[in-house]
Design a protein around this ligand. Sequence first.
Ligand SMILES: Nc1ncnc2c1ncn2[C@@H]1O[C@H](COP(=O)(O)OP(=O)(O)OP(=O)(O)O)[C@@H](O)[C@H]1O
Length: 339
Amino acid sequence: MSDPILEIQDLKMHFPVKGGVFSRQVAAVKAVDGVSFHVGRGETLGLVGESGCGKSTLGKSIVRLTMPTAGSIRFQGLDITRMSQSQLRPIRRNMQMVFQDPAESLNSRMSVGQIIAEPLEVQGIGTKATRKDMVEGLLDRVGMPKSAAQRFSFEFSGGQRQRIGIARALALNPELMVLDEPVSALDVSVQSQVLNLLLELQEEMNLAYLFIAHDLAVVKHISDRVAVMYLGKIVELADADVIYKDPKHAYTKALISAIPEPDPEKANQRVHLEGEIPSPIDPPAGSAFGHRIQHPRYEETVGMDLSLVEIDKDHWVAADPCCLSEEDYAKVQKMRAMS
Ligand SMILES: Nc1ncnc2c1ncn2[C@@H]1O[C@H](COP(=O)(O)OP(=O)(O)OP(=O)(O)O)[C@@H](O)[C@H]1O
């Protein structure tokens, strides 16, 4: 394993739900509910799961756009979980976030040059003249002409706007980028161009990526490891090729089978995801996926420890009898007893 740049331990982000005449907290949305993982230097960890499972909330907590409810975030060995905004300022140089919708995340009243130069200005880097050179260098790095600096982001296509967003995130020479569905809003042909750009930049700058996506197809080519998230928790985590070739969890298997398959015979073997995702306000007491698929062993899982167990080397899966084959569940129990 490469040296971890980011270590997340039992992270929780619960949003209060207020009600009644006194607007008191009556419940909580458990958007992220006890997540642990690490990202190595220069590594890409893909984070996948359906809409609403807590991926964006997790990404925003990691770059501390929100203050997590519990758990810890260590970045470059420093505990940043409860740091104030002023303490975070020097750290933000090294960790940046790129958002899904380039149109929304780029200020339409600023020129592209101003957008890219803004983080440099905030950090007090360079003079106006040197920042101009830096902006041109950054545009060149993401495959855009220097002349783009004088124009506005809305004058560009979706793919070009995402390149501008990436140039802005690169301005401070970060070591970690949290990429929240950076290609989901783009056409398939443009997606692969932006993914290739991210791969090139990673190689050049030894960048680490936390790459968030809602389907496994997008993260397949870019990730070293993949974490699968369901209702605020990680249910499986392993090397990318292991996740695709030997998935253990029923939810991972369902996500894999949703990847478009040109071979009609294989396409027929699709596992359809049935039922509704349970609410993160009132999650099931037992297996959240078992509850969704109305698994006959669901009741057994109420109050059970369903946390991750290392079933094979570096392959972690939730110890959930509703979601594993009998053989894998027996193995998981054995591994847990041994640890
Ligand atoms: N500020 C907030 N206040 C209350 N609930 C929130 C807030 N932000 C997110 N949530 C809820 O937390 C849950 C997780 O949302 P989140 O956006 O993190 O999921 P996601 O997996 O990124 O989904 P998507 O891909 O649709 O963005 C959802 O139920 C959402 O409604």
